[in-house]
Design a protein around this ligand. Structure first.
Ligand SMILES: [Fe+2]
Length: 265
């Protein structure tokens, strides 16, 4: 009797797609605030996910220890320096110190590279801080002459020629002024785009603003997230177009030749 040897197909488990229907919303520690994490690490303060604000809800006074990104999807957030509105990326540099309030129902995609300090508030409810890894501390503003936010209209950035056909890249932030050499870029992929295969040397985090893309066979759609771990061989394509923001922590390694980096290194 002949025994057939079954091929073993190893499913790629180092690409994690969280579409909007799979996000789990939890109330944060102040009224009218909620968060839905796609990825978080409360020890390091790293976070990727959505934040929601009801009108007249506020974050409370806090200080960013590391860089923070808030891409505003609807509404806006106001602090003493002004308002960041829909379509803008609000960036808080290390040391940024403020209290932000929403006057409209507001939704944002957020990425934190480190913890956030909250001014102690005895009335605070026993629930997670709005920011992952939030911790209580007293502080002063180390750079009072600098704005606590840089607000960038993403579609207003001149797109950069990209080495991959069908992809336009807008470099939002090159992390200068932080301890990291990462890149935050927006990519537009026209329908039918096939990115040549590459391998990651460090994590890549993605928020899909509109349309959708397939990453190793998993479809990430508008309102969804994707986390790609280091050391992953990636097939990345879009059949019907995609508009996304990505945080990449090292240049990718192209598997079929030399070309410039996809995310702007
Ligand atoms: Fe903030």
């Amino acid at each position: 009797m002949q025994t057939a040897v079954q091929p073993v197909t190893q499913r790629q488990t180092n690409v994690f797609v969280t579409n909007k229907e799979e996000l789990r919303w939890v109330d944060a520690s102040r009224p009218g605030l909620r968060l839905a994490a796609a990825h978080e690490d409360r020890d390091s303060g790293r976070f990727l996910g959505l934040l929601g604000f009801d009108p007249l809800s506020s974050s409370g006074l806090h200080q960013h220890v590391d860089i923070a990104f808030s891409y505003v999807l609807s509404g806006g957030l106001t602090d003493y320096a002004g308002t960041t509105v829909a379509g803008q990326m609000g960036i808080n540099m290390p040391g940024a110190t403020h209290d932000a309030i929403a006057y409209m129902p507001s939704l944002m995609a957020s990425r934190l590279d480190g913890p956030v300090l909250y001014w102690p508030d005895p009335s605070r409810e026993n629930a997670p801080h709005l920011h992952a890894g939030g911790r209580d501390a007293k502080f002063t503003n180390p750079k009072p002459e600098e704005s606590p936010d840089v607000s960038i209209t993403v579609m207003g950035i001149q797109p950069f020629p990209c080495s991959v056909g069908g992809v336009m890249r807008r470099l939002i932030c090159d992390y200068s002024g932080t301890p990291h050499d990462f890149r935050n870029s927006a990519l537009t992929m026209i329908p039918g785009t096939r990115v040549p295969p590459f391998r990651t040397k460090a994590p890549i985090e993605i928020f899909m603003i509109g349309g959708g893309a397939k990453i190793n066979g998993q479809l990430a759609l508008g309102g969804g997230f994707c986390v790609i771990e280091a050391g992953t061989q990636v097939e990345f394509s879009s059949d019907f177009g995609a508009y996304l923001i990505a945080w990449s922590e090292a240049p990718v390694e192209w598997l079929d030749g030399k070309r410039t980096d996809l995310f702007g290194f």
